[in-house]
Design a binder for this molecule. Structure first.
Ligand code: FNR
Length: 369
């Protein structure tokens, strides 16, 4: 059942903080360093003010969105979050059911704790579903990557999302203080046959970052290779710089997700609401730009679209809803967000997503008035 008294996504986060064990909570809710980026992501959306319009025609408005040649019910996707069975036994399956029921998209983490084929089936069972995408981390064994791509394509995923902002894990103070995060029985079941990345340069002078992790990290050549080896559109997730977005386009990516990993990798990295307009300016005409980080309200979604994002991803609150109420919680959280988006659109005089532009944001210079 839907827990009593939940009226917004923050309510699910609060309730989950009481219900999830403390080590798992440090992993789920936590971020890198002093968690300044995590906080700034939210504050940056809050710092934008809307400029409502009145008396506009709104009848038959809708939230439908076009992405990669198809139309979907709404511009919200569940962000890839690893190990969802750590918070609920139905894990990623429940997230897929809940997302599908609300026409929201799902980006399945490569580190999912459920097989990617069965999660795809859970999502595909609902005709009104949103996009079904698969997140990837690079692995230097191209043969293994190729087999993984074949599996993902065969399962019916419609796009690949290569996460590029985490060649190295973030310095997660909260997690380290809390001790072990996810329970050991919750595993990345899709990675059981992944070869171990080679470690070289052992010895007292060796750097774990530069002599170990960096050896397995991808470069632009690898992105080009990946784009050429799949028929699916390839998005890069974790882009914050306009030059990187241009380079992504040049090597064959079909889209970018402006993201700082929810503040979990580099603390004090710029909030995504700040980086988004520059990336949109650089590549927005050529390919879809999506954004995540701190999106908790329908007004946040509206602001992201006003800054040029084509869709948004939401991470922690959805997994908190999963923890509190399984598939029903996920569906409920996504419904709340969609209701808020529709209300915000209507109150800003926008009947469709196409009508949302910079003019819905308050600007000190009244350029168009
Ligand atoms: C993540 N994120 C993430 N990203 C990714 O590409 N692959 C992954 O496996 C994970 N795993 C993961 C676990 C947990 C517990 C969290 C909170 C996040 C990042 C995620 O996709 C997304 O970028 C952020 O969560 C978005 O910020 P919000 O909505 O959580 O503020």
């Amino acid at each position: 059942r839907i827990p009593a008294g939940i009226v917004n996504l923050a309510d699910y986060e609060r309730l989950a903080s009481e219900r999830v064990d403390s080590a798992t909570w440090a992993w789920l809710d936590g971020a890198a360093g002093d968690e300044l980026t995590r906080r700034a992501n939210r504050e940056a959306w809050d710092a934008l003010w809307l400029h409502p319009r009145v008396l506009r025609p709104l009848a038959h408005g809708h939230t439908r969105v076009h992405l990669f040649g198809r139309e979907w019910p709404q511009p919200v996707l569940v962000a890839p979050v690893a190990y969802q069975r750590a918070v609920h036994p139905d894990g990623e399956w429940a997230t897929a059911w809940g997302a599908a029921a609300q026409g929201a998209g799902l980006v399945l983490s490569l580190q999912a704790s459920a097989p990617l084929e069965s999660v795809a089936r859970a999502m595909q069972a609902d005709a009104g579903r949103g996009p079904l995408w698969m997140q990837l981390y690079w692995h230097p064994d191209r043969g293994w990557m190729q087999e993984l791509l074949a599996r993902i394509e065969a399962a019916g995923y419609e796009a690949l999302v290569l996460t590029v902002d985490a060649p190295v894990s973030g310095v997660r103070d909260r997690e380290r203080r809390a001790g072990a995060g996810v329970p050991p029985e919750v595993r990345s079941v899709n990675l059981v046959d992944r070869p171990r990345a080679e470690a070289r340069g052992a010895g007292p002078a060796a750097s774990h970052v530069f002599d170990h992790l960096a050896l397995a990290a991808p470069g632009w050549d690898d992105v080009a290779w990946l784009a050429s080896r799949t028929r699916l559109p390839l998005l890069l997730k974790g882009v914050l710089h306009a030059d990187d977005a241009r380079q992504a386009q040049a090597v064959g990516a079909a889209g970018v997700v402006v993201s700082n990993h929810g503040g979990r990798t580099l603390d004090t990295a710029v909030p995504t609401a700040w980086a988004l307009p520059r990336i949109v300016e650089a590549v927005g005409d050529a390919m879809p730009v999506l954004v995540d980080g701190g999106i908790r309200r329908g007004t946040d979604v509206l602001k992201a679209l006003a800054l040029g994002a084509r869709a948004v991803l939401v991470g922690r609150p959805i997994v908190c809803a999963l923890a509190c109420a399984g598939a029903l919680g996920v569906a409920h959280a996504l419904r709340l967000l969609r209701d808020e988006l529709e209300a915000a659109m209507a109150l800003c005089g926008c009947a469709t997503l196409e009508q949302i532009d910079r003019a819905v944001l308050w600007s000190e210079e009244p350029a168009h008035e």
